[in-house]
Write a protein that binds this ligand. Structure first.
Ligand code: C2O
Ligand code: CU
Ligand code: CU
Length: 505
């Protein structure tokens, strides 16, 4: 672990009594009427207004309140439960205080002294949204201001999420609580009879470091002028904003939308008794067929749609773990349920994007520069800073292959805005040869994506020492977007680049 060390006032969460808090289920956002927006056409669309506010909440029964920031004054924020093809408008209003809850690093790009402390911009992660509604990191606004965004929702059913994206302070804004779930549904999914209603629940995973008082701490590195730390790991794992929650379930199937909304933590989720469960969807929707798993790996930004069958388990208490850490408990009620939900053997066709359809292949490096004692100080994409001229300019509807060459020691979850893509393969290469001569020499065979990653993705784990190849069709809207590492500490320190989608010739 290379994050800053936790202060002495930090709480040891294992001293808390587990499973005393019910798992919170975020409320579903409700539109407050309809509106028109010129760029969204003449038709009135459902209109939501979501205010970002400071508030206090207890992250565990036996802790004092923590000061947090949240959409709609909650952490996580309200869930958007939406339908494909039914566009809507959201007015994102910044009603936060004028000074930040957490320590800023004024040396980071876009976070220098001339910029206000509190800036927010909202990105719906995985949404195919026009550029002016995508939450460009520089399109931030300050307390008292708001932005009206249009989500056309012209995309397949998927588990999306929304979170802050302000340049240089995303890690702090998200850590403070600015995140929530965003579901898109469609007819294909509705025809499947998957568990639904009260049997379909988001599991939004975040890790936090807590004071003994119950407040959240974001540890910083020394010297104080550069408090940025390359990674953050909290020892308390929260699900839907509670430490060690408990969900009372019935002895039947449940559908869970797992979202890794943590800054840096990769999860390896498993039940304590290693019982199997099924993954039915990845970042951008349903897999072709369910995959049976005992461990679910989720990198920051990734999502998994899973079904767990508690039938025949009446009276049991089942613990969900992340490696050795306890995450939460499911308490199964006695009695036999009449469960009409099914997980069909075929979910939805996922047509493979043919490599031959690609008009361009880009080789893009993931770079890390360390200081003299080996601490990473800057992370870059393709050796370019955020403000360097734009180098990735696909034309709308073009198919491209991106070779992500990871010459660093860490896995980086790489996310592209606007689009969905498929993973072609991962392949080991000679890192030292590459660093010396910029020559790519493969040292292993191509490894196919894992079954749970074989569907549509928007975030991909680029493993160290590997070339990860993805194939992307840039369908959507021409304009300015970004691609970046979803370790928020990396994203805030230059591991993010703008890209342009050009209009068709
Ligand atoms: Cu979830 Cu650009 O991010
Ligand atoms: Cu995104
Ligand atoms: Cu990274």
């Amino acid at each position: 672990m290379r994050g800053a060390p936790p202060p002495a006032s930090a709480l040891d969460p294992t001293t808390l009594k587990p499973f005393v808090d019910a798992l919170p289920i975020p409320i579903v956002a409700k539109p407050s009427g309809t509106r028109t927006l010129e760029s969204a056409g003449a038709k009135p669309l459902p209109y939501y207004r979501v205010e970002m506010r400071a508030f206090e909440a207890k992250l565990h029964r036996d802790l004092g309140p923590a000061e947090l920031w949240g959409y709609g004054g909650s952490f996580p924020g309200p869930t958007f439960d939406t339908r494909s093809g039914e566009g809507f408008l959201v007015e994102w209003a910044n009603s936060l205080p004028k000074s930040h809850l957490l320590p800023l690093d004024r040396s980071l790009h876009g976070s220098e002294d001339e910029f206000p402390d509190v800036r927010t911009v909202v990105h719906a992660h995985g949404a195919k949204a026009p550029p002016e509604s995508d939450g460009y990191p520089e399109a931030w606004f300050v307390p008292g201001d708001s932005a009206l965004y249009h989500y056309p929702n012209e995309q397949d059913a998927a588990t999306l999420w929304y979170h802050d994206h302000a340049l240089g302070i995303t890690r702090l804004n998200v850590y403070a609580g600015l995140l929530g779930a965003f579901l898109v549904r469609d007819d294909v999914e509705a025809s499947l009879a998957l568990p639904s209603g009260e049997f379909e629940i988001p599991l939004i995973l975040t890790d936090r470091l807590l004071e003994k008082t119950g407040r959240i701490i974001y540890p910083i590195a020394t010297p104080p002028a550069n408090p940025w730390a390359p990674e953050f790991f909290g020892n308390a794992i929260l699900v839907n904003g509670k430490v060690y929650p408990r969900l009372d379930v019935r002895a039947r199937k449940y559908r869970f939308r797992a979202i890794n909304a943590s800054n840096s933590r990769f999860y390896h989720l498993m039940f304590a008794d290693l019982r199997p469960f099924q993954q039915i969807g990845s970042d951008q929707g349903l897999l072709e067929a369910p995959v049976t798993l005992r461990t679910l790996q989720l990198a920051p930004g990734e999502r998994a749609d899973i079904v767990v069958d508690f039938s025949g388990r009446g009276g049991e208490e089942i613990v969900l773990k992340n490696d050795a850490y306890v995450v939460m408990q499911f308490r199964v009620a006695r009695g036999v349920e009449n469960d009409a939900s099914v997980v069909p053997a075929r979910l939805r066709p996922v047509a493979k994007t043919a490599e031959a359809s690609a008009v361009r292949t880009r080789t893009l490096t993931l770079d890390e520069f360390d200081d003299l004692v080996g601490q990473p100080v800057t992370m870059l994409l393709n050796q370019q800073h955020w403000c360097a001229p734009i180098t990735e300019e696909p034309t709308v509807d073009d198919v491209e292959i991106w070779n992500l060459v990871n010459a660093t020691d860490d896995a980086h979850p790489i996310h592209l805005h606007l689009v969905r893509f498929q993973i072609l393969d991962r392949r080991r290469f000679d890192v030292s040869q590459f660093l010396m001569k910029r020559e790519l020499r493969h040292t292993g065979r191509a490894i196919a994506p894992e079954p749970g990653e074989a569907g549509w993705k928007d975030t991909v784990r680029a493993d160290p020492g590997m070339v990860t190849r993805i194939i992307v069709k840039f369908s959507g809207y021409p304009g300015r977007y970004v691609w970046h590492c979803h370790i928020l500490e990396h994203e805030d320190n230059e591991m993010m680049r703008p890209y342009n989608v050009l209009a068709a010739r």
